[in-house]
Design a protein around this ligand. Structure first.
Ligand SMILES: Nc1nc2c(ncn2[C@@H]2O[C@H](COP(=O)(O)OP(=O)(O)OP(=O)(O)O)[C@@H](O)[C@H]2O)c(=O)[nH]1
Ligand SMILES: [Mg+2]
Length: 433
């Protein structure tokens, strides 16, 4: 089948800079490629007032209609969200398919969803998006002038269709709940005790999956495409001092992230919410990375995640000259591995900011706790005695609290674990322990 031929329509709003508008249109072009279509023409419109019935004015409508004739386009793609009515009127005017930005993104998601959960989430998003449009479709028939075949059952059919979509939505939600509960159970069983989680967030194509692979050899799909990753992947990651965390990779963000997607991907975003630390991966080789960074920050705010500890990870520095400057954070190349060690140190530092170091005696009868300490703590020394083991180990307040409940275990605070120099001292001390 020959590729679908698309005309892109960019919109520039009064307060938008021309750079922003151009960037948004460029991004739309990448989205269209990712969806598998070719761009045959691009046009931009400065808009002072949105036309309620057709979004754009009459002159532009005619211009696009003649572009369609010239290029034999199959589809017109708007870089904005259209109301169902606008969408319908535009299709009538152009006599071809009209897709808005959300419709396009949903289409890409539908193509990229692999897991059962991902597929359900995308279908849910599509249903949410489709509901109001259903109304439109049937009105559409009414407006076409009525006549044979359009009388009578229209309304009833609409009611039936609406009910079907509503039923489908509630069934998908139930199925999603089941899948999600199963995933949680699975994870809890796997971990035994909760271990800290680090979630990667970032603009689509920033290099999150590449970083995941670099850190954990996860073999996650990496592509120079938007929204290559939809399904969350979680892998264990060992930090330099030996402690383990869970690292998760998930769906990327984009400007004007469709509301239907945010709603459908709630569980995915819950995982991010539950994380102890976020890595905000930024493609600093991209000309407008600052805007992308702002988009991600505003989505995080919308999700209520502004207070979370974050490390800003400036990725793809292999593409930059040595002089390239940027804000606070770590500079890395997920591709070459440059800066990865520093990143790991920073993760450790952030996660362990409230750690304290303890001397703990574990009796042999409580041997399980030894293995647990190695997993959750940062073990700095060990001395085996006849009736048990003395451990010197840095622990989080939660884990320390857990141990305190065990009567048979003796523990003393050595000191607050803080900056690295202190930790080095402890390492020396523990050699003599
Ligand atoms: N030069 C260079 N390219 C990189 C680097 N990291 C990632 N890339 C490339 O950037 C593109 C996107 O990488 P991904 O890891 O798929 O990005 P992502 O953030 O997971 O993207 P989505 O899953 O679509 O949200 C791929 O072509 C990678 O090869 C890097 O450090 N240097
Ligand atoms: Mg990815």
């Amino acid at each position: 089948m020959p590729a679908e031929r698309a005309i892109l329509v960019g919109i520039r709003h009064p307060r938008e800079s021309s750079l922003d508008a151009r960037e948004s249109l460029f991004e739309l072009e990448r989205l269209v490629h990712t969806a598998g279509a070719v761009v045959v023409a691009t046009t931009q419109q400065e808009i002072k007032k949105i036309e309620p019935s057709s979004y754009i004015g009459k002159g532009k409508l005619e211009e696009i209609a003649s572009l369609i004739a010239q290029t034999q386009a199959d589809t017109v793609v708007f870089d904005e969200d259209l109301t169902p009515g606008q969408n319908r009127n535009l299709e009538k005017a152009f006599r071809c398919k009209v897709v808005d930005r959300t419709g396009l993104i949903l289409d890409i998601f539908a193509q990229h969803a692999k897991s059962r959960e991902g597929k359900l989430q995308v279908e849910l998003a599509q249903c949410i998006y489709f509901m109001p449009r259903l109304v439109g479709q049937w009105e559409h028939f009414g407006r076409l002038g009525g006549g044979i075949g359009t009388r009578g059952p229209g309304e009833t059919q609409l009611e039936v269709d609406r009910r079907r979509v509503r039923e489908r939505i509630s069934r998908i939600k139930q199925q999603l709940e089941k899948v999600e509960t199963a995933r949680h159970l699975h994870r809890n069983k796997r971990e035994g005790v909760p271990i800290p989680t680090v979630a990667m967030v970032g603009y689509t194509n920033a290099g999150k999956s590449t970083l995941m692979n670099q850190l954990t050899r996860a073999g996650v799909l990496v592509e120079d495409k938007l929204f290559a990753t939809l399904d969350p992947t979680v892998r264990r990651l060992k930090l330099p001092a030996g402690r383990q965390v869970l690292l998760s990779d998930t769906v990327g963000f984009i400007r004007k992230l469709p509301h239907a997607l945010v709603e459908a991907f709630k569980a995915t975003f819950e995982e991010v919410r539950a994380a102890d630390l976020l890595l905000h991966v930024i493609d600093c080789s991209y000309p407008t990375w600052r805007q992308q960074k702002e988009v991600v920050e505003s989505v995080l705010r919308e999700l209520g995640l502004q207070g979370k500890p974050v490390i800003e990870v400036y990725n793809k520095i292999d593409l930059l000259g040595a002089s390239a400057a940027n804000g606070h954070g770590v500079r890395i190349s997920a591709r070459t591995g440059q800066g990865i060690e520093e990143l790991l140190n920073q993760i450790e530092g952030k996660l362990h900011a409230d750690f304290r170091t303890f001397r703990i005696k574990i009796p042999y009868a409580k041997g399980d706790f030894l293995e647990w300490l190695y997993r959750v703590g940062e073990v700095q020394g060990r001395e085996d005695e006849e009736d048990g083991v003395w451990m010197q180990v840095a622990l989080s307040p939660d884990d320390a609290g857990r141990l305190r409940k065990e009567r048979s275990i003796r523990m003393q605070v050595l000191r607050k674990a803080g900056d690295k120099s202190k930790r080095r001292d402890l390492a020396l001390e523990s050699a003599a322990l």
